[in-house]
Design a protein around this ligand. Structure first.
Ligand SMILES: CC(C)(COP(=O)(O)OP(=O)(O)OC[C@H]1O[C@@H](n2cnc3c(N)ncnc32)[C@H](O)[C@@H]1OP(=O)(O)O)[C@@H](O)C(=O)NCCC(=O)NCCS
Length: 174
């Protein structure tokens, strides 16, 4: 079954039959409009602000520059665009450690619990396979372990983040 197909603009049209999802697009950050980039930056700061603060990123322009620099050349930050052109969510897929790592996945609060994150997770697998990987890894807070277990991820190791908080690495064969 085809989950996504390329569009002429370089975006992706998802065709997975998930509740309330039709004509949403997954597009790399560099290819969305400036307004959508600002929306994405706003939500990343709103949702993951404390993590970015430790990296000195506190404003929307700083966030936009960071995403453009951090996720390029094979690493990508995919933004999920709703049919009304508003940002619905996003996910970072980082290949710079010579293995695929997912990070900063989010769905905006008003659109949660409609199955949208499943599409992001599925797409991350497609992307990683396309780069020749047969597994995928992610960092996660302990409170989200049960969420990722639903997608088939298993515990690999435990570490601490910059603030000394526990952070887990999970992995899944794809
Ligand atoms: C985590 C998050 C991305 C889930 O997005 P969502 O679109 O609401 O999730 P979905 O509707 O696709 O749910 C998928 C499944 O996970 C379950 N689920 C959703 N959030 C969950 C949570 N916090 N804990 C456990 N299970 C959860 C759903 O019930 C659903 O299960 P089902 O298929 O059995 O019904 C969203 O809550 C979010 O953006 N949170 C803030 C950012 C964050 O924590 N990101 C992850 C860290 S990198």
């Amino acid at each position: 079954m085809s989950l996504c197909k390329w569009t002429a603009s370089g975006g992706m049209v998802c065709s997975i039959p998930v509740t309330n999802i039709r004509k949403c697009r997954l597009v790399v950050f560099q290819q969305i409009t400036q307004h959508q980039q600002a929306q994405t930056a706003y939500w990343l700061l709103h949702i993951f602000g404390n993590d970015f603060k430790t990296q000195g990123i506190q404003t929307i322009p700083e966030m936009i520059s960071f995403i453009k620099e951090q996720w390029q050349n094979g690493d990508s930050f995919y933004v999920f665009i709703a049919p009304n052109e508003n940002v619905l969510g996003g996910i970072g897929i980082d290949l710079s450690h010579n293995e695929p790592f997912l990070s900063n996945m989010f769905i905006i609060p008003s659109m949660r619990k409609h199955g949208y994150s499943k599409i992001l997770m599925k797409y991350a697998e497609i992307h990683s396979r396309r780069f020749g990987f047969n597994y995928i890894k992610l960092w996660c807070e302990p409170k989200l372990v049960n969420y990722y277990k639903k997608f088939g991820y298993d515990f690999v190791s435990k570490n601490v983040n910059g603030k000394g908080e526990p952070i887990l690495i999970l992995s899944k064969k794809i």
